[in-house]
Ligand binder design. Sequence first.
Ligand code: UD1
Length: 368
Amino acid sequence: MAVPKVLCVVGARPNFMKIGPVIHALKRAGMAAPLVHTGQHYDEAMNDRFFTDLGLPRPDVNLEVGSGSHAQQTAEIMRRFEPVLDEQAPQALLVVGDVNSTIACALVAAKKGVMVVHVEAGLRSYDRAMPEEINRVLTDQISDLLFTTERDALGNLTREGIDSARVHFVGNVMIDTLVMNLPRAAPAAVTLRAAGAVFEGGYALVTLHRPSNVDDPVVLTRLVDTLAEIARQTPLVFPIHPRTRARIEAAGLMDRLSGANAVLLPPAGYLEMLGLMAGARLAITDSGGVQEETTALGVPCITVRENTERPITVTEGTNTVVGTDPALLLAAWRDVLVNGGKLGRIPEFWDGKAGERIAATLTKYLAG
Ligand code: UD1
């Protein structure tokens, strides 16, 4: 019998941290796992460095779609992906996460009757203003096999009419990547020294890129001013996403940050970021991935969003969701300074073996 082929897709930064353990496990289980990159992220700092840091295989195909409005980007990925899917003729298409590349490729495959596998299914913020929430709901609806990172995801899926027989709780592949790479992480002290900074007594690691935080100048100004206030006592380390840098510059806010006790960096590579997270006193973020990674590392995390699609990071992990109210952000930061912040515990199956569980389940499906 021919070797089963599972076509894997990545497009944007958070996908890169998820796909490696899956591809390696599929190959170990005797499957072919070619990789398509949509090219949604393309900068050296947002793309190439992750492939090097994570030891990912070079994509077999790069669709090179680049940036655009959501409609343009999604449509362009679909248009360019269709002939690739035809040519590759896989038994299944595997997509991860919730970015535009995820829904675009899943939709093409579903319409062609190719089995769709979604890794990191069932997460819900219940906030349809987030583009990722729309991508999550729709991708899950058209997936044949759904792999979840936390047990509560099953309830979200069954409420949307998805048959529980298709849902498998396997754990978190992003934590597989973290567990594997932690020994290789770049020590924070080295990264900070290279940036000319020496901190005694710890720093807060900041990441911001959600449209809801950075696209509205009023919200962004309030956030930057609150961060500058925090920096008076806790130095900040802030690797800045390209869209965030553009918005900060457009709003004329760069001076307020560079005038504060803050190290402003270009987007960090994976090994650098892992070291910066592991060495931080706390993280202040709107990223989904950082909420999970800080929980795995036992570092207190303050999330500047009104909700999270990853509630286990709050109920079991180190995460506190504060929204964008400066008073709540400052209160959570003071709690870390005074009381140490949340300790948390590592959630079930965030153990470095999620990729293997996925491969074992897929083997059964594709054989049967
Ligand atoms: C995307 C994902 C988001 C994820 C984030 C991580 C969607 C809907 N969003 O958001 O879930 O958390 O990636 O980074 O898929 N840009 C560059 N260089 C790049 C890529 C982007 O300069 O390599 C700039 C462009 O100006 C672009 C903007 O960033 O227009 C936004 O990029 P886009 O891919 O549309 O969304 P992200 O905000 O990165």
